[in-house]
Design a protein. Sequence first.
Length: 84
Amino acid sequence: AEVTMKMTKMRAAVVGCSGVAVEVVKNLVLQGLGGVTLIDPKPAQIRDLGMNFFLTEADVGKPLAQTLAPKFKDLNPFCDIKAA
């Protein structure tokens, strides 16, 4: 319980929304981290769909960080997710 309380006060910045980064962010959000800032302005591409299970074909061409932020928020509405 003590560790969980500490995690709710922590924030993380993640630069790049590759497949590995998305998995790490998912785990942090589900563990109850206080907040995450995603930094990746590049647009999603078709090839990203194979390594990022949060993306769909409708997301192709949209900025990755802005596209993924609401999807992570759905996992944990108490985690402050921002796209930069």
